[in-house]
Design a protein around this ligand. Sequence first.
Ligand code: ADP
Ligand code: MG
Ligand code: MG
Length: 248
Amino acid sequence: MLKIDNLHATVGDTEILRGLSLEVNAGEIHAIMGPNGAGKSTLAYVLGGRPGYEVIAGTVSFMGQDLLAMEPHERAAAGLFLGFQYPVEIPGVSNVQFLREAANAQRKGRGEEPLSGGEFLKLAKEKAALLKLDMEMLKRNVNVGFSGGEKKRAEMVQMGILDPRLAVLDETDSGLDIDALKTVGEGINAIMRSPDKGVLLITHYQRLLDYVKPDYVHVLSKGRIVKTGNAELALDLEREGYDEVIAA
Ligand code: ADP
Ligand code: MG
Ligand code: MG
């Protein structure tokens, strides 16, 4: 599904990703953990095609296509979803408008008809219920005045509506209290745990992995993967710290 080979990427003049290789097959959940500044968010941005992040070497294929040659909207149409550490606020645009726009842009990219108002609302209600997010919240402007937990739930509602093949989730657990963590974790499982889907779960802490069990855990340090293991590795990291585990 996703094959990253020897990826090198720069931000400004600095090389942040320095030979990163990773393969995610359908049906797999991979966690990427690593100290602050390791390049975790940079990886997510590069996969999303964010301007300012330049790939200087390496290849990324997604569903058999050259991901790096695709525009961001083409990546979304092909089934890539990115969840960000810091969701943006969009004053003047309601969540409902935003989600419908996103869903129909994706459908257009696939040559499909847009959803009718009724179809969209049914889908939005179903996903909001899954994430225990009140529909009233979705009528408000995107993320404006939302708590950390509400932003992440709204983002997971968006993920549910777009129904991606691969979700790259950057610190989706940051800013969540225990209840929101559980709801968001269960939401990720409900939406993405499937034989034909994959997840790259970028996280600094182990706690989300109590709810979303990874098949593989990778440690990212200084722009490359320095260790790979199973769910046990995340517990080792939590117990011993990154330095200890990376040095071992
Ligand atoms: P992580 O998400 O693992 O904490 P990041 O990918 O955010 O790490 O950052 C990796 C490195 O890249 C850090 O040293 C950070 O300072 C640097 N970096 C990130 N974004 C920029 C930017 N826009 N300009 C310059 N340096 C950046
Ligand atoms: Mg960070
Ligand atoms: Mg980060």
